[in-house]
Design a protein around this ligand. Structure first.
Ligand SMILES: Nc1ncnc2c1ncn2[C@@H]1O[C@H](COP(=O)(O)OP(=O)(O)O)[C@@H](O)[C@H]1O
Ligand SMILES: [Mg+2]
Length: 305
């Protein structure tokens, strides 16, 4: 079914309006006019339509970093389509996702990923908060099975709870804008400069050299994805599930994960993201106050950890 028929495509004038609203929010630092659903590391997610006065919101629109040319967005689009197909083939059904583009002044191109807005309460963090711990057994077993079914040296997954929803009883994966695919030589298929675009300029070289491969490696191993998922329980304040989930995860692993490993992993992960977030804030200040430029990303206000 085409995206337009599935009701997934935004009319060009609607996309223009959304783009303008985002540009205004970034220029003024006032995001109150945007219905922000989530702040990502590389994308920000807003609901469409923007106000209840028009119609109930029905789409979730993810703004990707700017692409310098149509050709570079074409490259991304191929990777994006490949990833959706690989997820599906590997038993991880992605939320229906459609890539749209918009010309920007100076030859740059904006990319938007459009998905149906998932119903309130269907995202796993919300769902699990509303459910008794023993009701979560079947869910973790299914998550673990999906991770093992898909993840390997060529296909990665960011299995954090906030990337999954349960819709009509079926698991859906929503975080598709960072396609994690590697070729036979282990090279990232996505242009990794996209990951780096959100980082302060002074840090990019360092992250590129020292960290990128290592940061991403864990997403290409079931044990790494599952450790990350368990650590994520702390961030989501769902760590009461850990005693129930850990043995079920370990039953599927050759090398069991210890509770201390989960805690240590989480502490390290939280420290790294908090540091990056502080640096991004400092960079935003520098760009706005000293360089007099518009900072092109929305940053979360505070992260509860
Ligand atoms: N289709 C959707 N419906 C409702 N909320 C969504 C949808 N897609 C994303 N979100 C919200 O935005 C957050 C960030 O989106 P995600 O695609 O995971 O991007 P990121 O790469 O930034 O993690 C999600 O965790 C979720 O809370
Ligand atoms: Mg996510």
């Amino acid at each position: 079914m085409s995206a337009a028929r599935a009701g997934l495509a935004l009319a060009p004038e609607s996309l223009e309006r959304l783009e303008r609203a985002l540009a205004e929010a970034l220029a003024s630092g006032d995001e109150s006019a945007l219905a922000v659903l989530g702040y990502g590391e590389i994308s920000c997610v807003v609901a469409w339509p923007q106000s209840q006065a028009e119609d109930a919101p029905r789409l979730a629109c993810k703004r990707l970093p700017d692409f310098e040319s149509a050709a570079s967005l074409d490259g991304y689009a191929r990777c994006f389509a490949d990833y959706l197909a690989r997820l599906e083939a590997g038993g991880v059904t992605p939320v229906a996702s459609h890539l749209q583009r918009l010309a920007r002044p100076g030859g740059a191109v904006a990319g938007w990923c459009v998905q149906p807005l998932l119903p309130a309460g269907s995202l796993l963090p919300d769902l699990l908060r509303a459910r008794a711990p023993d009701g979560a057994d079947a869910l973790i077993d299914e998550l673990v099975a999906r991770v093992h079914g898909l993840v390997g040296p060529r296909v990665g997954l960011d299995g954090q709870l906030s990337n999954w929803a349960q819709v009509d009883g079926a698991l859906r994966y929503l975080d598709v804008t960072t396609p994690m695919l590697r070729d036979a030589q282990g090279r990232e298929q996505l242009d990794t400069e996209l990951f780096l675009a959100s980082l302060p300029w002074a840090l990019r070289g360092l992250v590129r050299r020292l960290m990128l491969g290592a940061i991403l490696d864990k997403y290409y191993e079931p044990r790494g994805v599952l450790l990350d998922l368990l650590g994520n329980l702390y961030k989501e304040r769902l760590d009461h599930l850990l005693p129930v989930w850990l043995p079920r995860v370990n039953a599927t692993l050759e090398r069991a994960i210890k509770p201390e490993e989960v805690r240590a992993y989480y502490r390290e992960d939280a420290r790294m993201w908090a540091l990056l977030q502080r640096l991004r804030r400092a960079d935003r200040w520098w760009q706005r106050r000293v360089r007099r430029r518009v900072y092109p990303f929305l940053l979360p206000r505070t992260i509860a950890r």
